[in-house]
Design a protein around this ligand. Sequence first.
Ligand SMILES: Nc1ncnc2c1ncn2[C@@H]1O[C@H](COP(=O)(O)OP(=O)(O)O)[C@@H](O)[C@H]1O
Ligand SMILES: [Mg+2]
Length: 276
Amino acid sequence: MNRAKQDQEGKLKGIIPRGGMEKRPGQIITVFSSKGGVGKTFVSINLAVSLGQKTGGKVVLVDLDLDFGSAALSLNIIAPCTIWDLVTEIPGLDLEIMENYLVNHRSGIKLLAVNPQQQGSGAINREDIKTVLEILRSGFDFILLDMPSRISEPLEPAFQAANYLFLVTTPEIAALRNIKSCLNKVNCLKNLSAVTCIILNKADFRSELKPGDVEKNLNCRLYGVLPLEQRLASSSLNQGIPVVLLRPRSRISRGFQDLAQRLVVQEKETVFPGNI
Ligand SMILES: Nc1ncnc2c1ncn2[C@@H]1O[C@H](COP(=O)(O)OP(=O)(O)O)[C@@H](O)[C@H]1O
Ligand SMILES: [Mg+2]
C-alpha cells in the first residue's frame, strides 16, 4: 500500500475514537426500497462487512424484514435467538442483555436476526424498535437496518432514527417510479433527519438506462453504483458468504468498498470539518 493510501486508511480508522475520547453514538444506515428483489439485503450485508473492514469499528446488521428476513441465511448463520425473542426482554433491556441476542459472523460484524417461522408469534411495536435502536446506537459504530419492502407503523422509528437512508433501485423504469413514490412516502414521515442516498444496484452496460439516465430521471446524483454480477451474487447467496469476502477484488466488491469509503469520509467531515 502506498503512503498516501496508508495515511488515508489511518485517518478513516481514526473516525472511531479509541480510549480517552467520549464515544459518539453509532450511525444508523437504513436500507430501503418499496420494491422487493432490488438488493436491499445484499447491499446491507456487503456494506456492513465493508464498513467493518474499512474502519475496524463495531458493526451490527439488524434484519428488520420481520416476517420474511433472509439476512441470516445469506450469512450462513443459524441464529439461536432473534429479535422476536429479544423484545420479550423489554423494558429491562440493556446493551449487555442485547449482546446475548446478537450472533457473531466471521467477518467481525454481528447480526440481530429474524426467523421467518416465528412470524406472528407476538407483536413488535414502534416503542420496541425505538428501544432496540437506541441501545444499539450506544454500543456500535454502525447499525445497518435491512428493511422489508413496505413502511409499517412499528418500523417508522427505523426511518426516524436513521442518519442515512439508502434507497436502493435498479435501472428499470418501474423501479425508478417506485423510488419516487418511496421518496414521497418517506417524506410524509415526521421527524426525519436522515441524509437520503440513492444507490443504483444491478447496473449493467447492456441496460437501456445508464447511471446518467437514472440521475436525470430522478433529478439527483447517485450516491453509489453497484454492477450487475449475476453469477457472483448467486454463488455468494448459495455459499452464504458475502461477496466482499468471497471475491474482494471483483468489480462489485470494489463498488461496496467505494461506498463504505465515501460514507466514512463523509462522516469524518461531519465530525471534524476541514480535518481530512
Ligand atoms: N448487483 C447484483 N448483481 C446480481 N444479482 C444481485 C445483485 N444484487 C442483488 N442481487 C440478487 O438479487 C436477488 C434479490 O436480492 P435481495 O438482496 O434479496 O433483494 P431485497 O432484499 O431487496 O428483496 C438475490 O438473489 C441477490 O443475490
Ligand atoms: Mg431483503
